[in-house]
Design a protein around this ligand. Sequence first.
Ligand code: T3D
Length: 263
Amino acid sequence: MAYETILFDKKDGVATITLNRPNQLNAFTAKMHEELRAALGEIAKDGEIRAVLLTGSGRGFCAGQDLQEVKPSDVGAGRDLAQRLDRNYNRLIRAVRGLEKPVLAAVNGVAAGAGANLALACDIALAARSASFIQAFARIGLVPDSGGSYTLPRKIGQARAAALFMLGDSVSAEQAEAWGMIWKCVDDAALATEAQSMAARLAAAPTKSLGLIKRLLNASATNTLDQQLDLERDLQRIAGGSEDYREGVTAFREKRKPAFKGR
Ligand code: T3D
């Protein structure tokens, strides 16, 4: 499929999605959502793809909803924002969290509104030192969406999340790392290389096990310890039946590096 608002590339087990509306800091449009759904659907079905790298072109990662596309006057004229969230943002976040393959965000610049929360929904986020994160919603009279009210307090705690949501202050990549909002912040010039090498590492990992780890993490936010112990048992049964588990143990015994196939 030819895309207009994203770039989509598959190589050596890694699918790279680049949000590609640089003049609007890669703000989301309905078209971009449609294309992201198509790309993520293709990734889910393609057994050759074992890791996803998500980044932005130009100086921004993603500035959230394109505010030129939706005008406040549209609301109330049959264009309820709730419908837009159901159609676009909620499907996007569910697709990222439900994909049983690792999704790595390389946040190359400002990430605002739903753009920030998309990065937070990824399994691992790296950010360029000059990048920043802005919960921009209250600046324009909205509430956080795209799962931000779920992910952010869990990552950085209620006190910090409440202040960021209500004040809409910008958080630097260094601060984001210090608070545990992201995995790591790296020098701007090193971001692409670090992200590609981490994506390659993830693509060579036991994909099934990583997918099941993601399922455990998704559930751990709301499960009790008893429920989580049961889930670990059930998922360990599945992991234990995988070819990659056999390869991991065999490689350990033979004192060599495992060659995982993702099965
Ligand atoms: O409607 C629904 O579906 C509900 C869902 C909502 C989800 C949301 O994401 S709500 C939050 C929407 N996003 C924002 O409120 C952020 C708006 N942008 C900004 O506040 C600033 O642009 C930034 C802080 C992100 C970056 O500031 P700065 O100074 O680095 O850049 P800039 O000059 O503001 O922007 C550069 C260009 O990008 C500029 O265009 P121009 O003037 O050069 O032609 C600007 O208009 C454009 N741009 C930036 N953000 C958006 C955008 N264009 C459309 N929509 C944007 N969100």
